[in-house]
Design a protein around this ligand. Structure first.
Ligand code: BGC
Length: 429
């Protein structure tokens, strides 16, 4: 074995969230939630109002849905048939960046270029029809301050986006202007929602007892339906921007990565748990084990997934992945340690995410019995990353004990598009 076992053990220790820490995170999250309901300035959670409640199931009709939340932008034409039924009539998708060809997410790009590109995609979805009236729901998956369902101002880019001239702007105004420049005046953007809100709307359209919506993918965030029992507000979904939760114990890899990121100090939870970042943390820890501290290897969460899944006796897959990214040939015993490292990072991620869900569940229960409920989750990490789901279930049991029996998680695949269409329909209620 080439790795130093003591060094390895101490790295694993740094990525471990034990039972008592897990409880602390859940309790701290609930604390921030309570504080945030009184005054968001007192909390690390943004508690952004969505101005939308839960759907009744009666929402019907044909709508456009724009899903803008990562490098891949999608526009869908969707017909809602009520009570969870719907049909996607047309779907177009394009990346906002193609390496070496164009880039509408980097700092060299402008708001006009970005939204013109999106407007062209809308044009494709309506097949050049500039007469039929369409309402458009827009899932915009970045922290935005809303004053109503239409008016959402981007507070700050996340997920390493850096396009100039969007922060501080009303995104639907940028979209409307771009649509107008393309001669598309028959499409009216009427609602902007976060992707977590879209997931919750989509799930609640299909089944009752769903109050929490979450994205566990490239980025991470959660929203929930706040009943505002004290009548301070009308009941509505709050986008927590939980990726910005701060009451955590970042290890030195987290701290070092944060310092080099686009927005140091922001999105501390997201940088510890989401798909965009786990590969980076894995690479940093591996660099230390290889005696190449500071090297950047460009591991992705897909590499981590493939690493964990390799069951070949000689760990051929792990060897190939490590060789491709670092140029180093590992012995089988070291490959097994690399698998443990990847697993530890994924397990930490799932445990931290679950602690935030439980913080919300506790807050909603308000000291009374925990209601039967589903947590709706969308995203590649939840869906595809080995060990994620089982560790969410395990952490739910650890935190909730017997009450875990009334809580389950459901995959709300593609909720961003469906949710946007539902929001467009709800904008007319
Ligand atoms: C954004 C959130 C979004 C999440 C998942 C985060 O980076 O700040 O608004 O919900 O990613 O897409």
């Amino acid at each position: 074995m080439a790795f130093n076992k003591d060094q390895f053990d101490s790295i694993i220790e740094e990525f471990t969230v034990d039972g008592s820490r897990l409880h602390e995170v859940a309790a701290d999250f609930r604390y921030d939630l309570r504080k945030g309901l009184q005054d968001p300035a007192e909390s690390s959670l943004r508690m952004l109002k969505s101005y939308v409640g839960l759907p009744t199931g009666e929402e019907t009709g044909e709508y456009l849905a724009l899903d803008f939340g990562g490098t891949n932008v999608r526009v869908l034409r969707i017909r809602l048939d009520g009570h969870g039924k719907f049909e996607v009539l047309k779907k177009v998708a394009k990346p906002l960046r193609v390496e070496g060809i164009y880039d509408f997410v980097g700092e060299g790009s402008t708001a006009e270029q970005q939204f013109d590109f999106i407007a062209e995609l809308v044009d494709e979805a309506i097949e050049g029809d500039h007469t039929t009236k369409y309402l458009l729901g827009h899932t915009f998956s970045f922290p935005s301050e809303q004053t109503n369902l239409y008016n959402a101002k981007l507070i700050i880019w996340t997920k390493e986006f850096a396009t100039k001239g969007v922060e501080g702007k009303v995104v639907n105004d940028l979209l409307k202007e771009a649509l107008h420049r393309q001669g598309i005046d028959n499409v009216e953007p009427t609602a902007v929602i976060n992707d977590t809100v879209a997931v919750l709307l989509a799930a609640a359209y299909k089944q009752e007892d769903t109050y929490i919506g979450s994205i566990y993918a490239t980025g991470h965030n959660t929203c929930y339906f706040e009943p505002f029992a004290d009548k301070a507000e009308r009941p509505m979904i709050l986008n927590l921007e939980s990726g910005g939760f701060m009451k955590l114990a970042p290890n030195r890899f987290d701290a070092e990565f944060d310092a080099q990121s686009e927005k140091p100090g922001e999105q501390r939870l997201e940088k510890m748990v989401s798909g965009r970042y786990m590969g980076e943390l894995f690479g940093m820890a591996l660099a230390e084990l290889l005696g190449e501290q500071g090297s950047k290897y460009g591991f992705t969460s897909i590499d981590m997934s493939n690493t964990i899944l390799d069951e070949t006796p000689a760990r051929e897959e792990v060897k190939a992945i490590v060789k491709a990214k670092t140029g180093r040939e590992l012995e089988t015993a070291d490959c097994e340690l690399v698998q443990q490292l990847a697993s530890a990072i994924v397990i930490r991620s799932a445990r931290l995410v679950t602690a935030t869900y439980v913080g919300i569940i506790w807050q909603l229960a308000g000291g009374k019995a925990i209601a039967k409920q589903h947590i709706a989750i969308d995203g590649s990490v939840y869906e595809k990353m080995p060990l994620a789901k089982e560790n969410i279930m395990r952490a739910l049991s650890e935190l909730l004990g017997e009450d875990a029996a009334v809580v389950d998680t459901v995959l709300e695949n593609g909720g961003s598009g469906l949710g946007a269409a539902i929001a467009a329909a709800m904008s007319q209620e």
